[in-house]
Ligand binder design. Structure first.
Ligand code: ADP
Ligand code: MG
Ligand code: MG
Length: 883
């Protein structure tokens, strides 16, 4: 097997980019080099090597050493420099790069190949001693941190002390001599902490770094990131080794990052930051405040330091040409890293840029309108889950705001929560159900879990491309970065702005759209759904086959869902109507009744209430199907559980406390989920389902008469396991229907069907379809009953199951396609073999999960049903599944 793939200088071993093999970074370096962009030559060690490295006890086969040597020779050939040559040394960067960009991975090592001898050669050939020693100290610092794992803080401290000793304020004030002294100090720190001198052999340096990249694939950070983002552990990472170019060679050199469009708003404008006389991650590390790329942006921000467009007009013009080339080549917005070495532009990275949901939407719609991509492609470009961000409330513009300070609007959306100062606390408090805002000087990859747990992120330092900003945008968390007036006192657990102090636990609000930070919570308003959102939805609806319904039972939810484009109700849970405070007494009287007569009397009180509920829903859903599930939960759920409630309930229901307690005890079940619930209630107390059916049909006739548009009720019987159960229940429902129709002198169409939520029902679907006219897969229960895992208790072990790879994702969130999915496939086939026009839908939580929706499309279901706010997500996911 070949493990090393060269790029640059007209060579392209990777043939432009198999991301699975070369990782995203490697594939795109190869890609850029092949379309003639200025990319420093290098080579990529493939992800297959990573897999083999772990398979063979973290060691390298002999063959790959020869391949790497060959790769180095390739770089030497093009640059004319030799690795380890004391006179004119080749320096390289060593970078990790998985299929998808992963902040959990190893940081890049720059300037590798420097030692006590080659630093002299670098000084001589560059004619710049200061630059050479600056590069060497950077190298030792980075290598000690990311490869040797030494205490990063002590190196930072040594730098600060060195600056103070010399009376310098900025890194750029340091002289060659100052850097050289710092190098001595760094070497001393390495000896002290590592017990060995800093490696002088350049090949040792290189293999140390390569091993560290592969080793970082199994680091805790990387594992956390993979778990949060559903990235499989067996992908592995690639390693990129590339000739160094230098942005720290004086005033005509620079380094920067840029987006080809605004990643926050999606606006079509180049967008980025750069720093003169700087290297690598200086821009994102928040060491110096970066300068703007374009004149417009600088003027808008009222900033003084010249933009790149003004400071280096020629190089900037070349960069702008590269942006356009990259967008046309990759047909997407690109996130770019570049370096200018003595006026010459070098491209170091490109990838599809992370963007907010708002930007994703705008960019997709714009690019389709520009003719760069098709409408269908635009539909495929927006992550349905990210739409969530757009559908959620923003700050009420009219509400008063107690503004503490303002930072950069780094990631849009608004969030209120309790202030916390570290990631672990954020995670702990979030687990307890608190909304928290993570407040940091700046964030680093170690903070990822805390950023994920937080509602929003606030940093004192860092620009729009800082770690906090990029990660927050990717996660869909609101973020305000670089709020410079914020002084964080980590020890006292508070931050100050001006003369005000905000302690840990106090509530603040951040507005990621304006950058404002406010004391207290600010009320929110519903978002607008017109514009690009509407356009994309129209395109999505053109390609979608699956219908999208909603799970809703209140008029508000029904209206919201219809506004979001729901095409009916897939699940209206009637028990929620029973819990209503005004009705619960009648419900309890029904439960407590000694006989059928007593039950019927109580049910008679509930009938008009249910009828008016249904009438309201039918009116809102005029002309659309409405699936109503008959009573499902066990009756004891409606009885009081707390001692303190018994008195009150006994009075309201007109039953003695003792009788009440006796009845509650009688109804107690050891395993209610598998107990007296669903159609088992209807079988034992048919009068309950009869009342509900009456209410449905009376309401339907009433609405048909009132509006002239008959609703289409689909009466659904829950928890059916056998054909006979459904037969009995259908009989009750049909009789109620006939009675109502005879009474009112008007008929309407309706269907009677069942939920498929027990494995037996799925297996016997062929028989059940003889009676039922539709199936709705109740995947919450079907998952519980198939896996034998209680949804309410699974939290304790499911994360471990996901960590150990037993489930790729929580099966209650994303359908277990292999297991539960097989039952669904089988039930669909058997059901349709009996009744070819059998209507099939899904109404569990999975109905709003994009991966599960893709499965529903493949299985040929007719519709999915999701909670109101997930309806647009489901529409988009259904369209993507059909692409
Ligand atoms: P990340 O994926 O975190 O962006 P990279 O591997 O791209 O990490 O490296 C980070 C930074 O290091 C780059 O933005 C670039 O500025 C710098 N860098 C990487 N390789 C080189 C190189 N060959 N020459 C100069 N700078 C480099
Ligand atoms: Mg970077
Ligand atoms: Mg990079």
């Amino acid at each position: 097997t070949q493990y090393v793939y060269r790029f640059g200088g007209g060579v392209s071993d990777g043939g432009q980019g198999d991301k699975n093999l070369l990782g995203g970074k490697g594939a795109n370096l190869d890609g850029m080099a092949s379309i003639g962009l200025p990319v420093p030559p290098g080579f990529t060690i493939s992800t297959e090597m990573c897999t083999r490295y772990y398979a063979e006890g973290q060691s390298f086969p002999e063959s790959v050493r020869a391949e790497v040597a060959n790769g180095i020779a390739h770089i030497e050939g093009i640059t004319g420099k030799r690795f380890g040559d004391a006179a004119d040394p080749l320096l390289v960067s060593v970078r990790s790069g998985a299929r998808v960009s992963m902040p959990g991975m190893m940081d890049t090592v720059l300037n590798l190949g420097l030692n006590d001898e080659t630093v002299q050669g670098l000084a001589a050939t560059s004619g710049d001693e200061r630059f050479a020693w600056d590069s060497y100290r950077r190298f030792i610092q980075m290598y000690s941190d990311v490869v040797l794992g030494l205490d990063h803080g002590s190196f930072e401290e040594a730098l600060e002390i060195a600056k103070e000793d010399q009376g310098h304020f900025l890194d750029t004030d340091m002289t060659a001599d100052d850097w050289q002294k710092l190098v001595d100090e760094y070497k001393r720190l390495v000896q002290e902490q590592w017990g060995k001198p800093f490696p002088q052999d350049v090949h040792d340096q290189l293999w140390g770094a390569i091993g560290a990249v592969f080793g970082s694939w199994e680091s805790d950070r990387a594992k956390v990131y993979r778990r949060l983002n559903g990235i499989p552990g067996d992908w592995g990472t690639a390693v990129n080794v590339q000739a160094m170019v230098f942005g720290n060679m004086g005033e005509t050199s620079a380094t920067g990052v840029a987006f080809t469009r605004n990643p926050s708003t999606g606006e079509r404008a180049y967008y980025g930051e750069f720093l003169i006389n700087a290297q690598g991650e200086d821009v994102v590390a928040g060491i110096r405040t970066p300068q703007y790329l374009t004149k417009v942006a600088r003027e808008e921000a009222n900033a003084k330091p010249l933009s790149m467009e003004e400071a280096m007009p020629e190089t900037y013009a070349e960069l702008a040409r590269v942006f356009d080339l990259l967008e046309t080549h990759y047909r997407d917005m690109q996130d770019i890293e570049f370096t200018v070495e003595r006026g010459k532009l070098w491209m170091l990275q490109t990838r599809s840029g992370k963007r907010t949901a708002k930007a994703a939407l705008k960019i997709a719609v714009d690019m389709a309108n520009e003719g760069l991509i098709t409408e269908a492609e635009a539909v495929g470009r927006v992550d349905p889950a990210a739409l969530d961000q757009l559908l959620h409330p923003t700050l009420d513009p009219d509400a008063p705001r107690d503004v503490l300070t303002k930072g950069l609007p780094a990631s849009p959306g608004a969030a209120s929560g309790a202030v916390v100062f570290d990631a672990d606390t954020a995670e702990k408090r979030a687990e307890l159900g608190d909304a928290v805002i993570l407040v940091r000087i700046e964030t680093s990859p170690e903070d990822i879990h805390g950023m994920h747990a937080a509602r929003g992120i606030l940093t004192a330092r860092g620009g729009m491309t800082s770690h906090a900003a990029v990660v927050a945008r990717g996660m869909g968390r609101p973020c305000v970065s670089g709020a410079g007036t914020l002084a964080i006192d980590g020890k006292a657990k508070l931050f100050r702005v001006g003369d005000r102090a905000i302690k840990e636990g106090e509530i603040i609000t951040i507005d990621g759209a304006t950058g404002e930070v406010m004391a207290g919570a600010v009320p929110t308003v519903q978002p607008e759904l017109a514009g690009d959102f509407g356009t994309l939805m129209v395109w999505a609806d053109k390609v979608r086959r699956l219908k999208v319904r909603t799970n809703a039972e209140t008029p508000l939810d029904c209206r919201t869902a219809r506004g979001f484009g729901a095409e009916g109700i897939g699940l209206c849970r009637t028990e929620h109507m029973f819990f209503d405070a005004a009705r619960i007494t009648a419900v309890r009287q029904m439960i407590l009744a000694a006989d059928e007569k007593g039950r019927r009397a109580a049910l008679a009180k509930l009938l008009p209430e249910q009828r008016s509920d249904f009438a309201e829903i039918f009116e809102i859903m005029a002309g659309l199907p409405v699936t109503i599930r008959l009573l499902d939960p066990p009756l004891h759920e409606f009885l009081p559980h707390e001692e303190s409630e018994f008195d009150e309930v006994s009075q309201a229901a007109g039953v003695g406390v003792e009788a009440l307690k006796r009845r509650a005890a009688e109804l107690h079940e050891f395993n209610p989920m598998l107990g007296h619930r669903g159609c088992r209630l209807g079988v034992t107390y048919p009068e309950i389902y009869e009342m509900q059916a009456r209410a449905i049909f009376e309401a339907a006739v009433e609405v048909a008469e009132k509006t002239g548009e008959a609703p289409i009720p689909e009466v659904m019987v829950p928890l059916v396991a056998t054909k006979r159960e459904l037969e009995l229940m259908k009989d009750v429902i049909d009789k109620a229907a006939e009675a109502v129709f005879a009474d009112k002198g008007r008929r309407i169409d309706y269907l009677v069907g069942t939920m498929i939520e027990l494995p037996r029902a799925a297996l016997k679907a062929g028989e059940i379809a003889e009676v039922g006219q539709f199936f709705s897969f109740g995947t919450n229960d079907l998952t519980q009953t198939t896996l034998g895992v209680s949804r309410d208790d699974a939290g304790r072990f499911l994360t471990t199951y996901v960590d150990k790879g037993i489930f790729a994702r929580d099966p209650f969130v994303s359908l277990d396609v292999e297991g539960v999915g097989e039952l669904i496939r089988l039930a669909a086939q058997r059901g349709r073999a009996t009744k070819p026009d059998l209507k099939l839908g899904i109404c569990g939580e999975h109905g709003g999960d994009p991966a599960s929706i893709a499965f529903c499309e493949q299985t040929g279901l007719d519709y999915v049903s999701a909670s109101p706010y997930r309806v647009p997500i489901a529409r988009l996911a259904a369209a993507q599944a059909a692409l």
